[in-house]
Design a binder for this molecule. Structure first.
Ligand code: PLP
Length: 525
């Protein structure tokens, strides 16, 4: 088999097993080594000094290895290092839960058996990423790892300028401070906790412009993350384009159940905002997972690689904030990407105040290297198929057992519908918080609340926000758990579901001022 590669940059280890002939388009033969090595080669050659920008056929190389009609799939990796986990007794878990004041964020991780609290910073890194950690250039300024990261973001996300930050909210802080002024309105496809807080701290008001189906857990709609164009247009007409600094589009939408945005919708949002001279900033935290859903669900994208789809998707925005702790397969890191040189200049100055110099932004050189490599791995079709496939596996098990979950199953998590579990618990008594606590007590599986506690209070009235969705998120870390862990999780969820009539709610006994879901304390009613 031969794959034509336009321009190629190869690292010495990537050369093993490849025959590369320079001149014209380079031809790479002997593909048994798999597309991974080729992609690795992308970032790491100083020796050959050729740049891989357009790799014709590379994305398809992954699919070429895949039979047209798969009966099943398996993870495209094997396990090299393991970390023991233990299950405590039910009585020990009951005590741990009481000590943690019924907030799963306050449990010690040693007290957890299967940790589905979050997919943030919980990924297992590959051997290639760990090898990159040893190549950390810990210079204060101009670390070579920053340039690798910059190149990876430019190449895969397509933006011109990259400002590193310690994680996603660092980028949100910079963007909000630069663009939002008091009295502004920031439309978004459903709120995200840290994103909305930074918008509010900068004096803005978040306005939800997601399609109405997103608030309905059982509406089987392929792109429940879409922006409602009518609602957006009406908002702009009502307040005036001058008071809308940008539209914030999240892909996928975490609070809606990990639901994607379609390419068509993104294109339309671009068109609408162009008419009004308004920017779009993407929350690209899970944009690779979003690109996978576009490939699977949207007409015209089935034959295109996820990397290619991602780049087109990002091309309809003016920049992005990014938590690298999700898609990018690292334990820490993020970035702000921009296309406007003036904004970049401002951001690379502001980052010095809040994060660190513009060539490290709060990260060690080794962290930037791991993230650069994680980006390359994250856009490979076989990786993302297995990642989303595992979430789907758990979701389908629960659906078959009759458990109420948000449908369709999202990209990074399965969301339990706590309202349907516990109709006897009113929202002020925190049904989802209760469900997360009872699940932990049953089996040591740690999940998190995504309902009234996460929604927080209205900054003007001080009243609770009452979101339509009252959910518990079973979030699957990337490359960490096996299908057996999913089976154990499903069994426990089903057991808790069967015991639903006996559940009682909770009372909040301590409420922190910011992002209360992290540290709030509860007692049983
Ligand atoms: C959609 C989304 N945006 C932004 C963030 C914030 O990122 P970080 O936790 O890295 O600050 C998160 C993290 O959970 C997220 O899920």
């Amino acid at each position: 088999m031969e794959v034509a590669v336009d321009r190629c940059r190869c690292f010495t280890d990537g050369l093993v097993g490849f025959e590369i002939r320079a001149g014209g388009p380079i031809t790479v033969t002997n593909l048994e080594m798999g597309p991974g090595l080729l992609t690795r080669a992308a970032l790491h050659d100083e020796d050959l000094n050729m740049t891989l920008t357009e790799v014709t056929g590379l994305q398809t190389a992954a699919s070429m290895a895949t039979p047209d009609r798969r009966r099943s799939w398996a993870e495209p990796w094997k396990i090299k290092v393991v970390e023991p986990i233990r299950m405590m007794t039910r009585e020990q878990r009951r005590q741990a839960l009481a000590t943690a004041a019924y907030n799963t964020f306050l449990l010690r991780s040693e007290e957890v058996y299967i940790d589905l609290l979050t997919d943030s910073g919980t990924s297992a890194m590959s051997d290639w990423q760990w090898a990159g950690m040893m190549m950390g250039d810990e210079a204060y300024a101009g670390s070579r790892n920053f340039y690798h990261l910059e190149e990876a973001v430019q190449h895969h996300y397509g933006y011109k300028y990259v400002v590193p930050t310690h994680q996603g909210r660092g980028a949100e802080n910079l963007l909000s401070r630069m663009l939002i002024k008091p009295g502004d309105f920031v439309p978004g496809n459903m709120y995200f906790t840290t994103t909305r807080l930074h918008q509010e701290l900068a004096g803005g008001t978040f306005v939800d412009v997601i399609v109405p189906e997103a608030h309905d857990p059982v509406a089987e709609v392929p792109f429940k993350g879409n922006v409602d164009l009518n609602v957006l247009e009406k908002l702009i007409q009502r307040v005036g384009a001058d008071l809308v600094p940008y539209v914030c589009v999240a892909a996928t939408v975490n609070m809606a159940g990990g639901q994607p945005v379609s390419m068509a919708n993104m294109r339309e949002v671009r068109e609408l905002t162009r008419r009004h001279g308004i920017r779009i900033f993407l929350d690209a935290t899970r944009a690779v997972e979003n690109a996978y859903f576009i490939q699977q669900r949207e007409a015209g994208y089935r034959e295109r690689g996820v990397a290619d789809i991602l780049k087109e998707f990002c091309s309809y925005s003016d920049g992005c904030t990014m938590s690298g702790k999700k898609d990018s397969l690292v334990n820490i890191g993020g970035w702000l990407a921009l296309n406007d040189p003036a904004l970049y200049e401002e951001a690379s100055n502001l980052v010095v105040v809040y994060e660190g110099l513009h060539t490290y932004g709060g990260m060690a050189g080794r962290d930037m290297e791991a993230m650069a490599r994680g980006i390359v791995e994250s856009v490979q079709d076989d990786h993302i198929r297995a990642r989303v496939g595992q979430v789907e596996y758990l979701g389908q098990k629960l659906i078959k057992a009759g458990v109420p979950v948000v449908r369709p199953i999202g990209g990074h998590a399965v969301y339990l519908d706590a309202r349907a579990f516990y109709p006897q618990i009113v929202q002020d008594q925190f049904p989802a918080q209760t469900l997360a606590a009872l699940l932990y007590e049953d089996s040591g599986v740690r999940a998190m609340e995504r309902g009234i506690v996460s929604a927080g209070r209205d900054s003007d009235t001080g009243e609770h926000h009452y979101p339509a969705l009252e959910l518990v998120r079973l979030t699957i870390p990337r490359r960490v758990y096996t299908q057996a862990h999913m089976d154990v999780t499903a069994e426990s969820v089903v057991a808790v579901y069967h015991e639903r009539p006996s559940a009682r709610g909770l009372r909040m006994v301590y409420e922190p001022r910011y992002l209360r879901f992290f540290q709030a304390r509860f007692s049983p009613l």
